[in-house]
Design a binder for this molecule. Structure first.
Ligand code: 1GP
Length: 252
């Protein structure tokens, strides 16, 4: 089964899917296996792997470890076109539809497409919508585009609908890694009400309750990154996972 279909299947069975973002610059060495183990036991649905910068050069080594030590999908979440690897299962083929920077709407995709074809991994076209979140996030800065105003759910809804009509398979509402404020619930609801493709929500989610609110407002995939970069929080992964998987009976 394709990775996209696997995620849809998890959404249908559990109510929503939970993906954990692994940033190769922040997670390396012996800790990786232990963290993957925590995630597997917590019933996480897959990993996003990537980062806006790649200072460490650990990108492929991290994918290799994920494939070796877990059976969960390894999906590239590319911060740049050099983040393509045949070791992964799939790649989110992100177009920054909130911005008007042609390079991030289509330019880089033209360069990356032959690389993705050669790699044999599954591209999953995704309308990536950056939402204003209190600070200038790395994603906003690196994409050279303006984020969508957080008090304009109707613009988010129209942008998401346009992405769907362009054939994108996911819409991703992104507050940005380490965002002060996560994507507003009202905006998630406005987007989910008009879109038939699943809505991914990430950025600034630091509690299971907040994750649950997003799901209750229509998010079908929740992504967290930063919060679990602190090892002291690893025991909470299960709680996040339970909050997202609202169709599952609660297990501790
Ligand atoms: C993925 O960028 C997010 O969409 C991750 O955000 O690191 O703030 O959880 P956090």
């Amino acid at each position: 089964m394709k990775i996209y279909d696997q995620i849809i299947d998890k959404i249908n069975r559990k109510g929503a899917a939970y993906l954990v973002l692994l940033d190769p610059d922040k997670l390396s060495g012996n800790k990786v296996v232990e963290f993957l183990d925590h995630c597997t036991r917590a019933d996480v649905d897959g990993f996003l792997i990537g980062g806006s910068l790649m200072m460490s050069g650990n990108f492929e080594a991290l994918i290799e470890k994920v494939k070796l030590h877990s059976n969960l999908p390894a999906i590239i979440f590319p911060g740049s076109i050099d983040q393509v690897s045949s070791l992964a299962d799939a790649i989110l083929f992100l177009s920054v539809v909130s911005g008007r920077n042609a390079d991030h709407l289509i330019g880089r995709h033209v360069i990356a497409s032959p690389m993705i074809k050669r790699s044999g991994i599954e591209p999953i076209s995704t309308g990536y919508i950056l939402i204003e979140s209190g600070v200038t996030t790395t994603a906003v800065y690196m994409s050279g585009s303006m984020p969508l105003p957080r008090n304009k759910p109707e613009i988010a809804a129209a942008t998401a609908l346009a992405s769907e009509y362009l054939g994108m398979k996911f819409v991703y509402l992104e507050a940005g890694s380490g965002a002060e404020e996560s994507v507003p619930d009202e905006m998630i609801k406005a987007v989910s009400d008009v879109c038939s493709v699943p809505v991914i929500v990430g950025g600034g989610i630091r509690s299971a309750l907040v994750a649950r609110d997003k799901v209750e407002n229509g998010a079908k995939v929740i992504v967290t990154g930063n919060y679990f970069e602190d090892e002291g929080n690893w025991d909470m992964i299960k709680e996040f996972s339970n909050a997202v998987h609202h169709k599952n009976p609660i297990t501790v």
